[in-house]
Design a protein around this ligand. Structure first.
Ligand code: FE2
Length: 432
């Protein structure tokens, strides 16, 4: 009997060639953020119901479509089938079970140990490789450098022909400021697989960091034409397009994109993206001088209350706080101020209080609270582009207090790429 493997050479405990093939298709769709990611794992299970890793894959796929109950069920089934599995598979099941169960600290320890032993187990390595992963949301100081080190250590095991690993390394390079090298890696990755939505996303971030607005907007707008609306990255990629439309002064296009593909009720992606992307674009539009209808803030605040009635992590809570503050919803805002959770919980009350003061146009108090968070806001989570929300907020607070010189200096020191942003062009062109 021949040995079945996934596309990375990991041995799979199944006698069914069709089950192994379907599993590899599912893994590909997960890594490339493609649509219809659940079906291949269901197909693998249909071919071999005893195939434990297919149930784990199904659990991970179900997470991407936000089906928590089915995720737990799939993982529970995987555990009942783990006994006859090889050691690599048992370790795989154990590590991802901890992740799916929300035991993130234990999951991180288990996953790092697993990846050290089995670096080409991409299904497991993927949980630490990107911004929305265990390192990205670790809340730890230096987590951007840690993500770079993690991905750099994977590279020799995947080689120059692997589009996935190279794209992940490119993102880590981008977020630590090495744009030239990031450029080379993402170009090579996209040449190998132009359909990788994570690759298109990372390509967009590198152009954002380089201030290449038109190039980025043209590329991503075109790329999105071939991407399924139901796929996990569609809403967030549309946020990038909306942001670039705002930058180019095309607010009609920006609102059209928001209403069609970003906002609650339109986007089909995960709640974390729908909430954070919508709150972010509304705020960034407002500080760029655009009128934002109060109903829009009401809508995103209600969405936050529905999907995150309790505090969850600093990144989500920061955006929920902004939405509640701008919508005038003091009760859910107070919950975030009083009950921050997670490893970056210490930063949340100041951010949330800043949101409250921004909404009340008390710019001095808002700036005071924001200043407490600026030294290491990477701990909050999210990409640099997403955390520019805080940079824009502080600059706004300073300008509204007629502190233009200070704002100009902070902009030049912290985020010079934003100097050409539509919100600050006049600031930087004015004489000091
Ligand atoms: Fe992004």
């Amino acid at each position: 009997m021949s040995v079945r493997t996934d596309q990375y050479g990991n041995v799979l405990s199944t006698d069914s060639a069709k089950a192994a093939e379907a599993y590899s298709t599912g893994l590909y769709r997960l890594l490339a953020a493609q649509a219809d990611v659940v079906a291949p794992f269901e197909e693998a299970i249909a071919h071999d119901p005893q195939f434990a890793l297919a149930h784990v894959g199904l659990a991970r796929a179900l997470q991407t479509v936000n089906d928590a109950e089915a995720t737990r069920e799939a993982m529970a089934t995987a555990k009942t089938l783990s006994d006859p599995c090889k050691m690599r598979e048992q370790s795989h099941i154990h590590a991802l079970d901890l992740l799916v169960s929300g035991k993130t600290a234990d999951a991180y320890t288990a996953i790092r140990a697993h990846v050290s032993e089995y670096p080409r187990d991409a299904m497991v390595a993927q949980t630490c490789s990107s911004i929305f992963g265990l390192i990205g949301f670790s809340g730890q100081p230096g987590r951007e450098a840690e993500m770079l080190a993690f991905n750099a250590a994977l590279l020799p095991h995947y080689g120059k022909d692997d589009w996935w690993c190279q794209s992940q390394y490119a993102f880590a390079l981008c977020e630590t400021g090495n744009l030239k090298e990031a450029d080379a890696y993402i170009d090579r990755s996209l040449a190998l697989n132009p359909d990788n939505a994570n690759g298109a996303h990372i390509r967009s971030h590198i152009w954002y960091e380089a201030g290449e607005t038109k190039t980025g907007a043209d590329y991503l707008t075109e790329w999105l034409k071939g991407y399924d609306r139901s796929a996990v990255m569609h809403g967030h990629l549309s946020w990038h397009v909306a942001l670039w439309s705002l930058e180019q002064g095309d607010t009609a296009q920006m609102w059209q994109t928001v209403d069609a593909d970003v906002a609650p009720g339109a986007a089909l992606g995960l709640p974390i993206n729908v909430l954070t992307d919508t709150a972010s674009i509304l705020f960034r539009a407002e500080i760029a001088g655009e009128t934002v209808a109060p109903e829009r803030w009401q809508q995103v605040s209600a969405y936050a209350s529905r999907f995150y009635p309790k505090t969850s992590n600093a990144f989500i809570d920061m955006h929920a706080a902004l939405a509640h503050a701008m919508a005038g919803k003091s009760e859910p805002l107070q919950v975030i101020i009083d009950h921050p959770v997670g490893p970056a919980a210490d930063l949340v009350p100041d951010v949330a209080l800043a949101c409250r003061h921004i909404a009340a146009q008390d710019w001095a108090k808002a700036a005071h609270h924001l200043t407490h968070c600026m030294a290491d806001h990477a701990r909050i989570g999210g990409s640099r582009a997403q955390r520019d929300l805080l940079e824009h907020a502080l600059l706004t607070c300073l300008l509204r207090q007629d502190r233009a010189t200070e704002a100009r200096q902070i902009l030049a020191l912290r985020r010079p790429v934003l100097a050409e942003s539509v919100a600050w062009r006049n600031l930087t062109s004015a004489a000091v």
